[in-house]
Design a protein around this ligand. Sequence first.
Ligand code: NAD
Ligand code: TYD
Length: 378
Amino acid sequence: MTVLVTGGAGFIGTNFILRWLAAGGDKVVNLDKLTYAGNRHNLSGLSADRHELVQADIGDREAVDRLLAGRRPRAVVNFAAESHVDRSIHGPADFVETNVVGTFNLLESVRGYWGTLRGEEASGFRFLHVSTDEVYGSLTPEAPAFTEDSPYAPNSPYSATKAASDHLVRAYRHTYGLPTLTTNCSNNYGPYQFPEKLVPLMILNGLEGRPLPVYGDGRQVRDWLHVHDHVRAIALVLERGRVGGTYNIGGRSEKSNLEVVLAVCRLLDELAPDEKIGPRERLVAFVADRPGHDRRYAVDFGLIASELGFEPSFDFVSGLRATVGWYLANRPWVESVTSGGYRSWIDQNYGESRGAAARAGGDAGRPGGADGEGGNVR
Ligand code: NAD
Ligand code: TYD
């Protein structure tokens, strides 16, 4: 038996495959375009009879059709996406191409393949689509957490394209009967996360004594889940989820960005003290806000808890400590991903406008972006 994982060389896909195989799961065929966010070395320790990496685009019908017909997976787990909100603001086209058109083409290929299956192969087949809580938009401080019934109200090009992909998956279930599952998860952190996202960026900048750029006033709130808990939840949904179902996944761990950054600072001071750098808190730099910045996300994961018994195993304190420890112990990985392309992204995103705000003495600390302005803030 085989499962096809897309985007398995990225952050969450890598963690999913490592855990899946360690738990004795079926062989994984990993279809990944290997963009800047995909790293083939993450999985190079796996034996060829357990893991096969195929470099291809989910939108390439011919390649995906061939792979499905040749490997005959019992399930497809779709992680492949452009995943970084800031990049979606600088260049939304890639997000439409992969997250919308790519998911559409993948669904078409999978529908064709599923149509060739018979009996238990057909009824047991699953297409699991990995999505985000960001499709639900932004919450006010007192609003109840997102449930599976919350209306979609995406605010960034990233979340709009993920929302579109969720809708396509829903339509393929409703119209063609494809046995789909969808998961909408909160912010992940943990090993192998590309250091453009908040937690690893703060760890690496803090280690090297560079500024820790906090957007706007730093009081935006996210719910944080350790990636090991996310991939455990995905495996549960894949094996026991209700066909056609949608499951929210969260960590019961709402934190403001400033709280997250200060927690990283304290851990670095303890685990990697550096006299020349001094207390990392001094590196915090309030910079210009992200345009349209969502104020708060929070996830009610009561459904997956009651139906499938999911409960996060990490709290934020233990999960963040383990994560900082991983980055300290894996400097060669960090060096391999922070190449020229990475540095030019950092210059592009944190250069001019954001740097200017920081130099202006933190006046960018005032709330900016869509807080209360976007019409989708509940
Ligand atoms: P990532 O950016 O680290 O990895 C994405 C992977 O997809 C990379 O390996 C990349 O090479 C591959 N990819 C990109 N475009 C492709 C294409 N056209 N064809 C094939 N492969 C392609 O992302 P991640 O953080 O691991 O997120 C994985 C999924 O989980 C995404 O769908 C994302 O929306 C969702 N998600 C992420 C988070 C989070 O906090 N990171 C939270 C909830 C949901
Ligand atoms: P990010 O890791 O990009 O995830 P997302 O935008 O999908 O939630 O960002 C998490 C939060 O941290 C988000 O509110 C933006 C903020 N942030 C900063 O303040 N500074 C940074 O340098 C980055 C990358 C993010």
